[in-house]
Design a protein around this ligand. Sequence first.
Ligand SMILES: [Zn+2]
Ligand SMILES: [Zn+2]
Length: 369
Amino acid sequence: MLETAERAVATARVALLKRPGGSLELRDVPVPPLGEREVLVRIDACAVCGSDLHTAHGRRPHPLPAILGHEIAGTVVAVGAGPDVVDVVGEAITAGEQITWSVCASCGECDRCRGGLPQKCRQLFKYGHAANDEHSLAGGFASHVVLRPGTAIVRLPAGLTAVAAAPASCAVATAAAALRVAGDLHGRSVVVLGAGMLGLSVASLATARGAASVTVVDSRPERLDLLAAAAPQANTVPWSGNEAGLEHLVTGMLVADGADVVVDAGGSVATAQAAMRLIATGGTCVLAGTVAPVGNAACDPERIVRRQATIRGVHNYRPEDLAAAVSHLASPAGAGLASLVGPVMPLDAIDEALAMAAAGTAVRVVVTP
Ligand SMILES: [Zn+2]
Ligand SMILES: [Zn+2]
């Protein structure tokens, strides 16, 4: 039966990035034979993440040519030979099921995997981040992808569409990881710097997890407006966009001794240093937004010392965070966040989709084959 399923998909359509700033090349490529415990998935939706834009525009080094796209949901076409491929709760994956999966595939055996950092595995593979060769289907801007062993797979609950689920595997799961390291939120104040998909996800999750208050800062009023859907109880603070303005804003907020949990989802020098300066005594600052080099952020260490503050970096996430992200998007508390995903563009219009994402008018443009 598996053989039949594999033969039914002989070619896949892919969008290849060959040089930064250039158009993506649409091409039909052969579907490679499935290796042991690999999974062939038909892509139903792939969202454009900010880091795809960093790569497409050459703001960070990346092996080329590549199939970008890592916020993906799809339908299982075939499962390779060998032991069952199981999801995060240990149930075998079969053809026809709709799933999403971790941006990383990890070995599960190295010191980092065993130490609770599978996203930093010494043999890490990342979908949408690898150089493409003639035999690999490893990114989301395509009709199909081949999942490797060591990928955390989560089934989509009934009622959660592939489009709404797509951002789970980067933005929403990273938000879940950022709040996991921040600890119990009940009764604590949370400040989020940046209202992109990551910041909106943090605000939505923090509200659902019982934070006493959630305050989101951004320079783009149209992004702050999205909180009305993502986290209606959140306070919004408009920022002028210049660094001095943010300093002033931070100083004003520090009158109340800062916030118990501060998450930098903005990823600029200004937002990162404001995040470190905003921590209340005993609080935690999570830096999660910076995924391309930005320069040095300043913070007087005396502030960190006297406030007994914790500063954490979070990059990607553990399997449990992906499961939490999918559950949240499927829950009533996450429905508003899920509603922000779109518009949907065809794969053949990938250049227009990336341009639309870069223009920032939509928080998550989705590409579908
Ligand atoms: Zn991403
Ligand atoms: Zn490993």
